[in-house]
Design a protein around this ligand. Structure first.
Ligand code: NAG
Ligand code: NAG
Ligand code: NAG
Ligand code: NAG
Length: 235
């Protein structure tokens, strides 16, 4: 019933607007939302969970194991061409630590084959990481770290970001801009030197939600009410 309503609502939107909108109330469609764990997968588990949700009763649970091969993600390849906005409600069990982790990973053809634009944590704050040169946004200096924020735990947080065709990146947590995670033409960020040292403009082919750690951190995340669109979604 809800899916039909959602499809009708989508059909009424301008063609380019909403690419994907999923609340998982009708279950986990593994064709539309496949598992993603390139190279290896030992330990990470994705399940549909009806014990916690942002809306309704269902969400997607990712029990991520430690180490790179403990990684696992699920996601969508329905990405608009041009500007991309992604909004998801995200609940973490454990706070971000000093170690590098990712909870969103996006294959990025601009970086090359099997290279990813990643969103995750390091130095206890949210950040982007570009796999090909390991650059971070923000720079992980004390000043850079201070321009980002921790990811609260045990609560569904509204997390949204924008990837523009001109290289702009903007990021919001609970509808508030995270200054350190914004970069691009027209944006002044004193802590994006590492990021802007490359001319790569992300050109993602998919968005995957899950867990990947490089130092051994373990975490369980839930994801709900995911929207991928070519315009701002909001909370
Ligand atoms: C919730 O999920 C459990 C385990 O998958 C299942 O056995 C149960 O029937 C589900 N409950 C509802 C209300 O769908
Ligand atoms: C979101 O922000 C509002 C207003 O600043 C605050 O009251 C609320 O607790 C925040 N919610 C979460 C989930 O962080
Ligand atoms: C989110 O932020 C925008 C811009 O600051 C504001 O216009 C909008 O009302 C906010 N929405 C919510 C739900 O707080
Ligand atoms: C982005 O990648 C797609 C293929 O996935 C390609 O068609 C398009 O030309 C690329 N865009 C840019 C700006 O390179």
């Amino acid at each position: 019933m809800f899916r039909q309503t959602a499809l009708l609502a989508l059909a009424l939107l301008p063609f380019s607007l909403a690419q994907v909108s999923e609340d998982f109330e009708n279950g986990w469609d593994q064709t539309a939302w496949p598992i993603y764990a390139p190279d290896c997968n030992s330990g990470g588990v994705v399940t549909l969970d009806n014990t916690t949700a942002h809306s309704g009763t269902n969400s997607m649970k990712v029990a991520g194991a430690g180490g790179y091969c403990g990684h696992i993600f699920f996601g969508t390849t329905s990405i608009p061409s041009g500007d991309v906005y992604v909004r998801a409600y995200v609940k973490a069990t454990t706070a971000l630590t000093a170690s590098h982790v990712s909870f969103i990973t996006m294959p990025d053809s601009a970086q090359g084959t099997n290279k990813h634009l990643r969103i995750g944590g390091q130095s206890e704050i949210l950040m982007y990481n570009r796999e090909s040169d390991d650059a971070t946004l923000p720079d992980l200096s004390p000043d850079g770290i201070a321009t980002s924020t921790a990811l609260p735990t045990s609560v569904f947080e509204c997390f949204e970001y924008y990837l523009g065709t001109d290289g702009t990146i903007e990021t919001w947590l609970n509808n508030s801009t995270i200054a350190g995670l914004d970069s691009g033409p027209g944006i002044t960020n004193a802590n994006d030197a590492g990021w802007t040292s490359s001319t790569i403009i992300p050109n993602i082919t998919a968005v995957y939600f899950g867990w990947e750690s490089y130092g051994g951190d373990v975490n369980t995340f839930w994801y709900d009410d995911i929207v991928v669109s070519s315009s701002r979604i909001g909370c």
